[in-house]
Design a binder for this molecule. Structure first.
Ligand code: NAD
Length: 329
């Protein structure tokens, strides 16, 4: 199907990906009528006029009915989450997102929603397959036997299965994407919930501004990851929602880098070289992870392809503009 006149809600619309998704869908002519987030409106990264922006806690079932009222398509991105520093230290909070996902599915079913998108994560994958930096890219079936990231990953895997059973038992059509590390402008870069790409930009900008040419890296810097630029994420999200893919599918870049190589890229953008120190006891997640894109290529003839150095240049520029902006009262 192609989204045409269906009324759409984006949950988590005040967040990083949700904010971009509202904009991208509207740019594509999609009828986004509502965005919902627990944060007060003045804390949303992006707010789009002509859309009803609601500040509601979606753990509360009654609020999920307000979110889905008159809606045909739900993008459910709301979750209590952050980078490794947050999810390793807040497992209970991460798992409480199960309330949001459960109540959103129930409300969607009762409100006659036709399609429901759920943003899962690469953190659902079995940890045993991610022990070394020279990884074999993760295929969708590598989520089982289940040994996901403790807390956050278990909740994501459970909610994936709930989507599946709501489709099988109640006929609510669900689509699930497993996002792999998404980055870009207009997201979190400090405060403890930021992820590696934004954190590296912040640290390099701080080092440059302060003249203290040092950077602390979490782990030994050899851990590998792939990072997907936000524009690929919003494009893939819409395509997966519109597709007939009825199993969870990877949505990630397959450009694998070490964390040291990520720092190289940021240093090059900033035109600076920093002395590196390694904090070996910091939260660093699995040793290696990459996205196997065979399935998405088969289904969509497309995969995320924005180069890391291009996406990081835009991300760096935005974070720098925020950090160096004069404080206004
Ligand atoms: P984000 O934190 O910027 O956005 C999530 C939004 O959900 C936040 O604005 C938050 O306020 C909102 N939220 C949290 N609890 C809520 C509640 N009870 N009711 C209503 N809103 C609530 O994070 P993001 O990076 O934009 O992530 C969006 C989705 O994508 C999440 O489900 C996340 O788990 C998933 N994901 C993200 C990444 C990534 O790299 N960013 C990777 C894998 C999966």
């Amino acid at each position: 199907m192609k989204l045409t006149n269906e009324k759409v809600v984006v949950c988590g619309g005040g967040g990083f990906i949700g904010g971009h998704l509202v904009k991208a869908l509207l740019d594509n002519g999609v009828n986004v009528v509502r965005a919902v987030d627990v944060k007060p409106l003045d804390e949303w990264y992006q707010k789009t006029k002509d859309v009803e922006n609601l500040s509601l806690d979606l753990r509360d079932k009654a609020n999920c009915y307000k979110a889905t009222d008159g809606i045909q398509v739900v993008f459910q991105l709301a979750a209590d989450m952050g980078g490794m520093g947050f999810i390793e230290n807040n497992k209970a909070l991460c798992m409480l997102s199960v309330l949001t996902n459960t109540h959103m599915l129930m409300a969607a079913k009762d409100s006659g929603v036709e399609r429901f998108f759920y943003s899962s994560s690469a953190c659902v994958y079995n940890g045993d397959k991610q022990k070394t930096p020279d990884v074999v890219a993760l295929k969708e079936e590598d989520a089982y036997p289940a040994l996901p990231e403790d807390g956050y990953g278990w909740e994501k895997l459970f909610s994936e299965r709930m989507c599946r059973h709501f489709e099988e038992d109640f006929g609510l059509l669900t689509r699930v994407a497993r996002y792999h590390n998404v980055y870009g402008p207009l997201g979190t870069y400090d405060g403890g919930r930021e992820k590696a790409p934004a954190a590296m930009c912040r640290k390099v900008i701080q080092a440059k501004a302060s003249g203290k040419h040092e950077i602390e890296i979490w782990g030994d810097g050899h851990q590998t990851r792939s990072f997907m630029y936000i524009d690929d994420c919003t494009k893939g999200t819409q395509a997966i929602l519109e597709s007939d893919i009825d199993e969870p599918i990877n949505l990630g870049s397959s450009e694998l880098v070490t964390i040291n190589q990520l720092v190289d890229i940021v240093e090059e953008i900033a035109g600076i070289k920093l002395k590196r120190t390694y904090k070996l006891d910091a939260p660093k997640g699995v040793n290696g992870r990459n996205s196997d894109n065979t399935k998405i290529l088969d289904h969509l003839g497309w995969e995320p392809s924005i180069r890391l150095k291009d996406g990081m240049a835009k991300t760096y520029e935005w974070i720098e503009s925020q950090m160096l902006a004069p404080v206004t009262k």
